[in-house]
Design a protein around this ligand. Structure first.
Ligand code: NDP
Length: 255
């Protein structure tokens, strides 16, 4: 029996990187997983196929976030996917993972970059929860993927870090708002995990790579699975008494 048998999960940004690992882990634990993505059909299809090949249940949901009507469109796709599978409507586990990181020093961040980062990383999770409240089941859980960038100041990622700071406030406040329904709300903050979001920068020079490795107490760069396992814990029965918390999953970054 899987820890999440009978549960339905929605993971945003699950076509690649950390979200993909989260989707696979929740499916391995028995959840039916909606694999949300923005535009990369092939990557989303691969994620769904990987889950199915291991005996899990998943379906893709495409919706560009950070644009008008994004949350509503995502839920329409989610509802349709469940209907097609003959599954009950509703969601037990919502993981707000999709995110973007504007490149470059803060002096180079344009007003458009700033708007987009807040639209995808903050406004979309907020609207997704708000427009999904009737679908979110009592006793369910919301996990937001934040970042250690809220704790370790970096002028190179100022706009990005600010969006994650806002997301942390959302997490705590939403936990207070939804607690009476038995819904827990937490965040998981990765440090450095090599994915498409940062691979070019990480691999830019051996020195950069070594600095990142050495910045973590555990002396390596994170794997998407390191984050997925932390999310699975919060989503499981074992995490039931934890709410309004930010879980540092950084391997001890800059302690
Ligand atoms: P990736 O760039 O590898 O993957 C991003 C995912 O989000 C893809 O599935 C992508 O879909 C989706 N996505 C991005 N923008 C949009 C959008 N506008 N609309 C819909 N979907 C979108 O990122 P990571 O896996 O590295 O990051 C996942 C989360 O983890 C982010 O919130 C990030 O901020 C956070 N994080 C990452 C760290 C790291 O070191 N990697 C460290 C700390 C936090 P598609 O495939 O269709 O493009």
């Amino acid at each position: 029996v899987g820890a999440l048998d009978g549960k339905t999960a929605l993971v945003t940004g699950a076509s690649r990187g950390i979200g993909q690992a989260i989707a696979k882990r929740l499916a391995a634990d028995g959840a039916l997983v909606a694999v949300h993505y923005g535009s990369n059909d092939a990557a989303a299809r691969r994620t769904v196929e990987d889950v199915k090949a291991k005996g899990g249940k998943a379906f893709p949901v495409r919706a560009e976030l950070g644009v008008a009507g994004d949350a509503e469109r995502l839920w329409v796709g989610f509802d349709a996917g469940l209907r097609e599978l003959g599954a009950e409507p509703g969601v037990d586990i919502l993981v707000n993972n999709a995110g973007v990181a504007p490149a470059g020093d803060f002096t180079a961040t344009t007003a458009a970059d700033l708007d987009r980062a807040f639209a995808v990383n903050v406004k979309a999770p907020f609207r997704l929860v708000q427009t999904g409240l009737t679908r979110l089941r009592d006793g369910g859980t919301v996990v937001n993927i934040s970042s250690s960038a809220t704790r370790v100041a970096s002028p190179m990622t100022m706009a990005y870090s600010m969006t994650k700071g806002a997301l942390d406030v959302f997490t705590r406040t939403l936990a207070a708002a939804l607690g009476e329904r038995g819904i827990t709300v937490n965040s998981v903050s990765p440090g450095f995990v090599e994915t498409d979001i940062n691979s070019a920068w990480l691999r830019g020079s051996e020195e950069t790579y070594a600095q990142v490795v050495n910045a973590a107490a555990l002396k390596r760069i994170g794997e998407p699975e390191d984050i997925a396992d932390a999310v699975a814990f919060l989503a499981s029965h074992d995490g039931r008494w934890i709410t309004g918390h930010d879980l540092d999953a950084t391997g001890g970054l800059r302690l």
